[in-house]
Structure formats: structure tokens, C-alpha cells
Design a protein around this ligand. Structure first.
Ligand SMILES: CC(C)(COP(=O)(O)OP(=O)(O)OC[C@H]1O[C@@H](n2cnc3c(N)ncnc32)[C@H](O)[C@@H]1OP(=O)(O)O)[C@@H](O)C(=O)NCCC(=O)NCCS
Length: 128
């Protein structure tokens, strides 16, 4: 069953600004996420915008926001078909398990200057 949903939108300008400040993206993104995004060349800022939206969508799906979670501990990767999935490490994994765990599904979209992410958390049905 679904235990939480979250959605967020990020304007690419915010990320472009961060990319201009040395060391700033490293505060908010996992090194793997930065490497994956940089490999997209001109698509890098929009890719990071979608991934930042996913972090905030995850906080909303959790219901607690992102308090006590290192943003770099929430990582979006893509499977061989391009489908995004969330990897939760450290503080994000801990808060997720405290909230009941399960599976956190993720969907991303970007168009023009905005990126949107949605996260749905699925947990097992309680046994009758
Ligand atoms: C929950 C959180 C992710 C909301 O993100 P936001 O970008 O500030 O806000 P948005 O405009 O996207 O969304 C606001 C909506 O989120 C919803 N929301 C607020 N707190 C929420 C929570 N704990 N759980 C689920 N949804 C929540 C509300 O519906 C709110 O709209 P409303 O006040 O009109 O009802 C935010 O509180 C948070 O934890 N932000 C951390 C961001 C951060 O660490 N940034 C660092 C880099 S600058």
C-alpha cells in the first residue's frame, strides 16, 4: 500500500547559480549524481534540478521534510532503460527506516526551465 507521496518543482536557474559557486553542488548532491549529470554536458543543470526536486519530493513523501537528512545521502540513478530510482544512504536510509521503510519509487520530468519530481513510498499491507 502507499504510505506517502511527495512532489516538487525546481527552476534550473537555481542550480545554474550553484554550479557557478565552487564547492556548492558538492554540499547538496552525491558525487555519483554530479558525475552522472556532468556526463550529460549541457543537460547537467536540468538533470541536477530534477534530482534536487527528487530529494525534496522524498522529504514530502516521508512527511517530515528533509530535517536531519544530508541531501547527498539521497541519490537518484538511472537503470539501463533510463528509469530513475532512489538510493538512500546514511541519514536518509536511517530516517526512511524510522518512518517505516518500504520502497521509494521516483519519477522525474523536465521541460524548458523547470524540473519536477514525484516520489511514492510503498509499504507492505498490514497482515489481517
Ligand atoms: C518539506 C520541504 C521539502 C518543502 O519544500 P519547499 O521547497 O520548501 O516547499 P514547496 O513550495 O515545494 O512545497 C510547499 C508545500 O509542501 C508541503 N509540505 C510542507 N511540509 C511538508 C511535510 N513535512 N511533508 C509533506 N509535505 C509538506 C505543503 O503542502 C506546502 O504547501 P502549503 O504550505 O501551501 O500546504 C521542506 O520543508 C524541506 O525540508 N526543505 C529542505 C530544503 C533544504 O534543505 N534545502 C537546502 C538547500 S537550499
Amino acid at each position: 500500500m502507499i504510505s506517502g507521496i511527495g512532489i516538487d518543482i525546481v527552476h534550473v536557474r537555481r542550480i545554474q547559480h550553484w554550479l557557478d559557486v565552487p564547492g556548492l553542488v558538492e554540499r547538496f548532491f552525491h558525487p555519483q549524481e554530479i558525475a552522472d549529470a556532468r556526463a550529460r554536458g549541457a543537460g547537467c543543470p536540468l538533470s541536477l534540478a530534477a534530482r534536487f526536486a527528487a530529494k525534496e519530493a522524498f522529504g514530502k513523501a516521508l512527511g517530515t521534510g528533509l530535517a536531519h537528512i544530508r541531501l547527498g545521502d539521497i541519490l537518484v540513478r538511472n537503470d539501463p532503460n533510463g528509469k530513475p530510482f532512489l538510493v538512500l544512504e546514511g541519514t536518509a536510509r536511517a530516517r526512511f527506516e524510522e518512518a517505516g521503510g518500504g520502497i521509494a519509487h521516483c519519477s522525474l520530468t523536465h521541460e524548458g526551465e523547470n524540473a519536477v519530481a514525484m516520489v511514492v513510498i510503498e509499504v507492505a499491507e498490514p497482515s489481517a
